[in-house]
Design a protein around this ligand. Structure first.
Ligand code: XMP
Length: 327
């Protein structure tokens, strides 16, 4: 019968057998799937695995630290954190169009990841070590079904724009979660000793806060949004609502200003939008009927504690017609 213990034992044995003395790399996003996949492979092959985490500067407060400290503490994994904030902000400067932002972020992400990958491969080679032959991915069963099924290991062609990679290099994929659903992945993660905050994480988009600032993305605006977002998350968690809502994007309307009054002065600041939704699969969603007192606390705290924000508004649009994210 299905137990998380069985799944872990089976996968660990299979991965050891497959990898032998070779090496593997894994990209960490901060999300549940890649974290659990990495922890599982780490359990199997230890220091033969290197994880790469690209910090694009668009993460929420404490998120990078969580990967750097908590994840490493829980797994002992060998981690390479690439600080790419400057690079991303430079690439995003002056850009307001949502699709344009998404394209830039996706492109830069792949470049940085490939560069780190090439460095790891070069280091392994020059040390006379074993080649890096495997790439770990946190593919789940629904991902497999959605992309047309198939079993076995797929090969990924190397990208030609990566210096230092052999032309014909192919990675063999390790996908230890490809038979599991999300709730099962969470159980496996828990069994592997990953912290609750990682295992029970709500979805967060790859482009991060970059698509939660309506308008140009700048460091100042990101810092402001990070503060507001941290307050909303803190209050939702304190109210015990994390499992009830699917996620709650917090959005900064950077191009909008409205008049307010605070202390004995006029303010002219930006609105923050709260977008709490309930959903089964993110394909459709409804706006969450959050308790008024929780909404009130979030509003009071954000307007008091975050400079330049003088108004908090609630998004009460279902999906469709609205999407969950604003961009
Ligand atoms: P939308 O806005 O399309 O979002 O209703 C549906 C779900 O997907 C998440 N999302 C993303 N996740 N990369 C991701 O990994 C992305 O580019 C991306 N865009 C949206 C969103 O947070 C929601 O859970």
């Amino acid at each position: 019968s299905w137990t998380t213990g069985n799944v872990i034992d089976e996968q660990v044995a299979a991965i050891r057998e497959l990898v032998g003395t070779k090496r593997a790399i894994c990209g960490l996003s901060g999300g549940v799937d890649s974290a659990v996949a990495a922890a599982l492979v780490q359990k199997a092959i230890g220091s033969q695995l290197t994880c790469v985490y690209v910090d694009h500067g668009l993460m929420r407060k404490g998120e990078t630290e969580q990967v750097e400290k908590d994840f490493v503490a829980a797994t002992g994994v060998q981690l390479r954190v690439v600080d790419a904030e400057e690079r991303f902000l430079k690439a995003l400067a002056g850009v307001s169009d949502p699709e344009e932002k998404r394209k830039i972020i996706g492109r830069e992400f792949i470049r940085v990841f490939e560069q780190a990958q090439a460095e790891i491969i070069a280091e392994a080679g020059s040390e006379g070590g074993e080649p890096v032959e495997f790439l770990v991915q946190g593919t789940l069963y629904p991902d497999v079904v959605e992309s047309g099924g198939g079993t076995g290991t797929a090969n990924i062609k190397s990208h030609h724009n990566v210096g230092g990679l052999p032309e014909d290099l192919e990675f063999k994929l390790i996908e230890p979660l490809r038979k599991l659903f999300k709730d099962e992945v969470r159980m496996v993660g828990q069994e592997l000793g990953l912290p609750e905050e990682i295992v029970q994480r709500q979805p967060f988009p790859g482009p991060g806060l970059g698509i939660r600032i309506v308008g140009e993305v700048t460091k100042e605006r990101l810092d402001l949004l990070r503060e507001a977002d941290a307050i909303a998350r803190e209050e939702l968690t304190a109210a015990g609502l994390d499992r009830e809502i699917w996620q709650c994007p917090v959005v900064l309307l950077a191009d909008v200003r409205s008049v307010g009054v605070q202390g004995d002065g006029r303010t002219y600041g930006h609105p923050i939008v709260l977008r709490p939704v309930s959903s089964e699969d993110a394909m459709t969603a409804d706006w969450s009927r959050l308790p008024y007192d929780v909404l009130g606390r979030i509003s009071t705290r954000i307007t008091n504690e975050v400079d330049e924000v003088n108004r908090v508004v609630l998004d009460i649009t279902s999906k469709p017609p609205g999407t969950i994210e604003w961009e």
